[in-house]
Design a protein around this ligand. Structure first.
Ligand SMILES: Nc1ncnc2c1ncn2[C@@H]1O[C@H](COP(=O)(O)OP(=O)(O)OP(=O)(O)O)[C@@H](O)[C@H]1O
Length: 874
């Protein structure tokens, strides 16, 4: 493998079928957890060492704790460019022979893009075969071979110079590209060749009324001085800095009353729960009454029969309900021949009366049982539905930092396993518990009335079981809590593995993921096993105690043979077996109920303690707000989390209505954070943002977010029809939907689908390319007709030609709107009214593009110069 391998470069057109594998590889390469898992699995420091020179320059990445920084689910705490660089670093580290890179330069700025192309792709991977799908046409002349695709087929193939000579598709594309980028700029202005630091040392930056001295600004965007200083002093503090995920909470001790109260409240309140309990008591009471009445009836019949000595005691039925007054009453009345005040069954009316009451009581039992079942089921279902909805509402309103620091597995765990406990296990257990409690209460009551001396025997049994319950309860409950918590990492792992499958498979990391999964399953199963074992532990002891009590009673009866009447001896033994059985069962159920209530405890924790985004309603904007689209940022400072340094610092600018503004800057400079601040995804630590004179922090989030349109860096599509994705509330007629699709140049493609607007979009829009997803989002924004549109790298994954058509559409469709365009492709913002350049969380330059281009010292000029592809010396 010493000979240099041939490189092949493939250009893809976003309207053309892409190489599916490459696309998915890159897209899923950006899923952070996959990155984290892989990076964790590899010797991370070595990986970074091997690739940092070529790719990362981690200090430029401004990660709080360098390569030790923890990355959240799907790379939530990384900028788009940082995600791409980590993906590329991972690919380089894998040291493969063939590299498939799908547009890895789309989300990075021109400086980093050049660095990545020349240092990483050309130099580090010099001896590898690299297949690069890209829309960055400026790099093509450095490639060995170019393959141009159109409509899913190859239209041209060859070297840059050859293809130019052919004067065909490639030449036309290059001409358009140059027209849109370098040529137009070159026509306007000379391109300075000064380095960035020289260029920017003295000039002033105007940000509409706010004058900033450039010398006050950091000379370089990198945070190297920050990381260097702090790491020298305190290593522990440094480690904490890069920490993202918080420990999942786990309560110790008894389940608090607040948890039960939250369940009772969710079920409908104390009164409803009391009524439900009453329905259980009445049902149980009706059974007892029916048995009792039968006893009276039979007894009356027997007293009416001359030969009544044949009375027998039958306790064969072992259901708890038969441990009732009826049996006891029957026993005593038949032996004592008590007076019966009721009508004699000898006459037919008396017989009818007994029968009538008995049949009515049976009817009552049926009715009350149905009522009880209905009341129990609806109440417990209502409780779990309300709990679910309350928690869901809380999670939906949680701030971004909650999702950053809580892996998806934790949230999934609450909504799956914990909800399952509330939906399935608890209703059954509560039903059993209420029945048992009533049975025991009624049994004790009747026993106390009829055979009070039996209570003396019951007391020690009850004490013994109470002791056993107390001993076992603590461990059963705590082991259930451990089981609850250990499931979260497993769910997170499964979730991220599924999402990152197209990264895992090409990197051949299945084995490692299976091993990790097995380890996590082991941990979860161990916890489940321990919980189940603790339950079995107490059950064995309860069984043993019950048997011993029964044996002791039987022995006592045998020893005292003759001194106790056979009937009473039989009764004692039966009572003993029943009472012990019920008590034993009740201890089990009570233990399990408390253990399973730990899931309600976890749900209640979210319900009660989850921080939500500030819901301010101080100002209610008018229905047509914002009708002008003026945006003012005043001394804005923003941190993603309190313990982090600000990502936006002292940002002030004033965007006039209908202004078209371009925001450019190095990757990680804070451009997307600006959008996050505007949408109040993260609260400002200082300063204010005004839209048409209204302080956005004073209005309801719903009002704010529904009145602004955005196309995010990672376009989001939902599983459903295309129509639903364009117009979720069905507010627009089909004609408008088609017109918006036409505006984004997707009409033809959609017409090819069998079900056109009803075409089914898969989860995350998997059946569309990233560029197409961005276009669908743009069509959605066109339909919404809001006065303010924010495009965050909205056309980064779209070819230059379509990009320019889209820019034209945006210009026409949003001519009377304020459009903020965040872009790395500088030609995208070249025709804006104003360009703002951001660096290290600050606006370092602002002005009309023409003015900035005429200033040879401007940052903007250096960026333009970088885009004109100067090959660095090897
Ligand atoms: N949710 C988050 N939590 C913590 N830090 C974050 C989060 N999102 C972004 N950051 C950090 O904030 C900084 C600015 O990120 P931002 O996404 O605003 O950059 P950007 O200029 O849009 O970059 P790019 O051009 O690469 O998309 C980066 O250093 C990034 O690591």
């Amino acid at each position: 493998m010493e000979t240099k391998k041939k490189k092949e470069i493939i250009i893809t057109d976003s309207r053309v079928t892409k190489l599916r594998t490459i696309e998915q590889l890159q897209r899923l390469g950006d899923t952070c957890k996959g990155a984290l898992q892989l990076l964790n699995s590899l010797p991370l420091h070595m990986a970074m060492m091997a690739t940092s020179i070529a790719v990362l320059k981690f200090k430029d990445c401004e990660l709080d704790n360098g390569d030790e920084t923890e990355i959240g689910d799907r790379g939530t705490n990384l900028s788009g460019g940082q995600k791409q660089r980590i993906s590329l670093a991972r690919a380089v580290y894998s040291d493969s022979d063939i590299y498939l890179l799908d547009d890895p330069l789309s989300a990075v700025d021109v400086h980093v893009g050049r660095h990545l192309f020349h240092t990483c792709i050309k130099k580090t991977l010099a001896r590898k075969t690299v297949i690069l799908a890209t829309h960055q046409l400026q790099y093509l002349k450095h490639c060995d071979e170019i393959v141009a695709f159109e409509d899913g087929g190859i239209v041209e193939k060859g070297h840059h110079d050859e293809l130019l000579l052919q004067n065909g598709y490639y030449k036309e594309m290059m001409d358009k590209f140059h027209y849109h980028t370098n040529t137009s700029m070159e026509k306007q202005l000379p391109i300075p060749s000064k380095s960035k630091n020289e260029d920017t040392s003295n000039s002033k930056i105007a940000t509409n009324g706010v004058q900033l001295e450039k010398k006050d600004l950091p000379k370089n965007s990198s945070a190297n001085s920050v990381t260097t200083n702090s790491s020298a002093n305190n290593v522990t503090q440094e480690k904490e800095k890069g920490k993202l995920t918080e420990r999942e909470e786990m309560v110790v001790g008894k389940v608090r009353f607040g948890t039960y109260k939250s369940y009772i409240n969710a079920a409908g309140g104390f009164m409803i729960c009391f009524l439900v309990m009453l329905s259980y008591t009445l049902t149980m009471g009706s059974v007892v009454f029916s048995d009792w009445w039968l006893g009276i009836w039979i007894n009356t019949l027997n007293t009416a029969t001359p030969n009544n000595e044949t009375n027998s005691y039958s306790f064969a039925d072992s259901t708890p309900s038969n441990l009732s007054a009826a049996n006891l009453y029957y026993t005593t009345t038949s032996s004592n021949n008590t007076m019966n005040p009721l009508p004699s069954p000898e006459n037919s009316s008396g017989f009818d009366f007994y029968l009538l009451v008995y049949v009515s009581s049976l009817g009552g039992i049926i009715l009350l049982t149905i009522l009880r079942g209905f009341a129990g089921a609806t109440t417990t279902i209502r409780a779990s539905v309300r709990l679910h909805n309350n928690v869901l509402k809380k999670v939906m309103k949680a701030p971004m930092k909650f999702f950053d620091s809580n892996p998806s597995g934790r949230i999934l765990n609450r909504f799956s396993k914990d909800m399952d406990e509330a939906d399935v296990f608890l209703p059954q257990l509560i039903d059993s518990l209420l029945q048992l409690l009533n049975t025991i209460a009624l049994s004790l009551l009747t026993t106390a009335i009829v055979l009070p001396w039996i209570l003396i025997a019951i007391v020690p049994v009850a004490i013994l079981f109470a002791i056993l319950k107390n001993i076992s309860n603590t461990s059963v409950r705590q082991l259930k809590r451990v089981e609850n918590v250990t499931r979260s990492p497993l769910l997170a792992h499964v979730n991220t593995t599924a999402q990152g499958l197209f990264t895992i498979v090409p990197f051949n990391q299945q084995k490692q993921f299976i091993e990790n999964s097995t380890k996590l399953i082991d941990v979860t199963s161990t916890a489940t096993f321990l919980f189940e074992s603790s339950m079995r532990w107490v059950e064995v002891r309860l069984d043993l105690s019950s048997s011993m009590i029964t044996v002791a009673t039987a022995l006592a009866l045998v020893i005292t043979k003759g001194s106790v009447a056979p009937a009473l001896a039989g009764l004692s033994l039966t009572m003993c077996i029943k009472v012990v059985g019920i008590m034993q069962f009740m201890v089990r159920v009570m233990n399990e109920v408390e253990a399973r209530f730990t899931s309600i405890e976890r749900l209640h924790h979210y319900e009660k303690n989850l921080e939500i985004e500030p819901q301010t309603f101080d100002t209610t904007p008018s229905d047509n707000w914002p009708n002008e689209g003026r945006i003012i940022f005043s001394k804005v400072e923003m941190k993603y989390r309190d313990n982090m340094k600000p990502v936006l610092r002292n940002i002030s600018f004033d965007l006039h209505p209908q202004m078209k503004i371009g925001i450019v800057g190095r990757t990680g400079a804070g451009k997307s954070s600006l959008a996050a601040a505007l949408f109040r995804l993260v609260q400002l630590s200082e300063g204010h943002i005004y839209i048409d004179g209204v302080d956005v922090s004073q209005i309801a989030l719903k009002n704010l977010r529904s009145r602004l349109s955005t196309i995010p860096q990672d376009p989001v599509l939902f599983a459903g029809t295309l129509r639903y994705n364009l117009d979720p509330f069905g507010k627009h007629p089909d004609s408008e939907l088609w017109s918006s699709l036409e505006n984004v140049h997707l009409k033809e493609k959609v017409q090819q689908f069998d079900q056109d607007l009803d075409y089914q979009i898969e989860e995350n829009g998997e059946n569309f390319s990233v560029g197409e997803r961005q276009l669908i989002c743009l069509a959605r924004a066109i339909l919404r007709k809001n006065k303010i549109l924010l495009l965050d790298e909205a056309t980064a994954s779209i070819d230059t030609q379509t990009d320019s058509l889209i820019q034209k559409t945006i210009k026409e469709e949003f001519s009377d709107c304020t459009v903020v365009t965040i872009a790395h492709r500088l030609n995208t913002v070249l025709h804006s009214d104003r360009v703002m350049i951001m660096d290290n969380g600050e606006v370092i330059e602002s002005g009309a593009p023409q003015d900035l281009l005429t200033d040879p010292h401007s940052f903007f000029n250096t960026m333009i110069a970088a885009q004109t592809v100067k090959t660095p010396s090897p």
